[in-house]
Ligand binder design. Structure first.
Ligand SMILES: CNc1ncnc2c1ncn2[C@@H]1O[C@H](COP(=O)(O)OP(=O)(O)OP(=O)(O)O)[C@@H](O)[C@H]1O
Length: 160
């Protein structure tokens, strides 16, 4: 079994109850809204990977990242491969959020998150992002990348 490491980052505007999502213009998850993030490189820590992706994808610099969730994704077309995704939140940032060739960033009200244009698992765990709870989950998708065959999801007290 191969576990590949990924980061996924949600920037929150707590005061105005908004969350920043990015519209993916190319690659895996193309034309879906998601957090910022991507593959963790072999020469960096997971949190540094999260910071790097936020900068690369939306030109934003993040200091205080909170580790909030761990998600594993598996697809029936390759049962030997697991996408091990470490999910982070950030409530402050510096720099100016800007569109890049990969991502079009946009703020969404907490109650207008576009779940119908996101990965199908997102609506199961997104409430944890908005309520400051820690979570762990596993989602098995059919090869169409749209149908969830099986999932497990739990709130946890701590993440290792
Ligand atoms: C299946 N259900 C899913 N639900 C929610 N989020 C999902 C996801 N599956 C993948 N993700 C996230 O999507 C990003 C892909 O990253 P990805 O574009 O492959 O990485 P990276 O930017 O390094 O790639 P390239 O530079 O294009 O090679 C990464 O944050 C990863 O955690």
């Amino acid at each position: 079994m191969i576990r590949r490491l990924y980061s996924l980052v949600f920037i929150r505007d707590i005061l105005n109850r908004k969350v920043l999502l990015g519209f993916k213009k190319r690659g895996f998850g193309k034309f879906k809204w998601n957090g910022l993030g991507g593959k963790v490189h072999s020469d960096e820590s997971i949190i540094d990977g999260a910071r790097r992706e936020a900068k690369e994808e939306a030109c934003v610099e993040l200091e205080n990242l909170k580790y909030v969730g761990y998600l594993e994704f598996q697809f029936e077309y390759d049962m030997n491969d697991i996408m091990a995704t470490h999910v982070f939140c950030a409530d402050e940032y510096s720099g100016e959020i800007a569109e890049t060739e990969e991502i079009r960033p946009q703020w969404f009200d907490y109650d207008k998150v576009p779940f119908d244009k996101m990965w199908k698992d997102d609506k199961f765990w997104f409430h944890y992002i908005l309520s400051n709870k820690l979570f762990k989950g596993f989602f098995l998708f059919q090869s169409d990348q749209e149908t969830i065959t099986h999932y497990e999801l739990n709130e946890v007290d701590k993440l290792e």
